[in-house]
Design a protein around this ligand. Structure first.
Ligand code: COA
Length: 389
């Protein structure tokens, strides 16, 4: 039985900051951001956006391609920007997407890895229940603090994917390589809305984990590097994915793929990340969409590899085969519009948005640009939302 991703949709914040303007205000060389980190822009959520509003926007888009949403029997919400210690953000998604009551809903957390955990759990669920579908929402807002070294690697975004037994996008192959180890490279203690990060160590840990999962994948009988056509790497910033590709070449000692292939094999997968910034759990799947929507030819039948890394840390390497006709379920135009129509912020406006997101006020009338759902603020400890009129 083929099980995998049937539909994959993207949403992001409705404002954007040009990192060259941030560099000017922070007294940094803009090339440190654009070349050193490989980032040009970052999406910024307005005070009326959060992981739920972005998740609903991506979810509504994904459901446009699902003829019978009552077949969705499990909703998995993957995030490290959680809005509640108890209630799953998935319940808001289930409500606003009007899904059937007979449905399991839960939130998953393990830094940027949890969307991959959700995908593997969903695949196992669908293998057991082939007529059911799973909706996964991976939604995050990356926040490191104003004027910190992590600041230019912020961003936000959500992906929604439907997993089914007749996947129109990608069939997952069974062999995977996983690796888990307790390290303190990145974490966010209770009560803090910004991550604690040991940034340079996290980059070392990421590359180390790539070596470990690759070894495990090979040990488990996975295909060779040369039999994988394209690889999507977790992308906290695009230079990190490029470094992963280089490390992968070294580990595998490939004779077929060389550094010269970087621009054809990897660059299309990094186009969206370059202008959205880090989307944490969503970022690996943003990379997949970027590859598919920025490659002119038809890649049907190609084998894709995926390297997922979540600080702390858990990592996984797995592969999948692109379905024939996958281009018919993509959202080329809607995604291009979502990226192009973001409103450009000045640095002081970005800083004001950033600060307001930490302590939201209840403001039902303010009208920032948002997707279909607006976050109105918190009243009586409850989050309130409204569909934009
Ligand atoms: N022109 C071109 N490149 C420049 C430059 C300039 N003027 N100035 C610096 N650079 C390069 C550096 O050489 C470095 O590249 P290299 O890693 O290939 O050597 C890169 O830009 C970053 O510079 P660095 O001094 O290392 O930046 P930093 O210490 O201020 O911050 C991070 C970088 C990644 C540590 C920081 O952004 C961070 O903590 N991010 C969040 C954590 C994260 O994303 N981790 C990833 C793994 S999950």
């Amino acid at each position: 039985m083929n099980v995998g991703i049937d539909v994959l949709a993207l949403a992001t914040g409705h404002y954007v900051l040009d990192l060259r303007s941030l560099a000017a205000v922070r007294g940094a060389d803009p090339q440190k951001y654009t070349l050193g980190l490989g980032q040009d822009f970052m999406s910024v959520p307005s005070p009326q956006e959060d992981v739920v509003t972005m998740g609903v926007e991506a979810g509504l888009r994904a459901l446009e391609r699902i003829s019978d949403p009552t077949t969705i029997r499990l909703v998995l919400f993957a995030t490290e920007s959680s809005i509640d210690q108890s209630k799953s953000a998935g319940i808001y998604i289930h409500h606003f997407l009007k899904l059937a009551p007979s449905c399991r809903v839960v939130e998953l957390k393990q830094a940027c890895y949890s969307a991959t955990a959700a995908l593997q759990l969903a695949v196992a669920f669908v293998r057991q229940n082939p007529s059911d579908k799973v909706l996964i929402i991976a939604s995050d807002i990356a926040r490191y603090g104003l004027n910190t070294s992590g600041e230019p690697t912020q961003g936000c975004g959500a992906v929604a994917f439907v997993v089914s037994s007749s996947p129109r996008l990608l069939s997952l192959e069974k062999t995977t390589g996983v690796y888990a180890r307790h390290i303190m490279d990145f974490w966010r203690p209770n009560g803090q809305d910004e991550a604690c990060v040991n940034g340079r160590y996290s980059a070392v840990a990421y590359l180390d984990a790539l070596g470990k999962v690759w070894e495990e994948f090979q040990h488990n009988g996975g295909v060779s590097f040369d039999r994988i056509d394209f690889i999507c790497y977790h992308t906290p910033f695009t230079r990190m994915a490029e470094k992963a590709f280089v490390r992968h070449l070294e580990i595998t000692q490939s004779t077929k793929k060389t550094l010269a292939h970087l621009s054809t094999l990897l660059t299309p997968a990094l186009i969206y990340s370059r202008c959205l910034g880090n989307c944490y759990t969503a970022s690996l799947y943003v990379s997949l969409l970027s590859l598919l929507e920025n490659t002119a030819g038809d890649l049907s039948g190609a084998r894709l590899g995926f390297f997922s890394y979540g600080s702390g840390c858990v990592a996984e390497f797995f592969t999948g085969i692109l379905s024939s006709g996958y281009r018919d379920v993509l959202f080329f135009e809607a995604h291009a519009q979502a990226i192009a129509q973001r409103l450009l912020l000045t640095v002081p406006d970005y800083e004001a948005f950033y600060t307001q997101l930490s302590s939201p006020v209840f403001a039902p009338d303010s009208c920032y640009q948002t997707g279909p759902l607006r976050f109105l603020g918190i009243k009586n400890y409850q989050r309130h939302y409204d569909f934009a009129r």
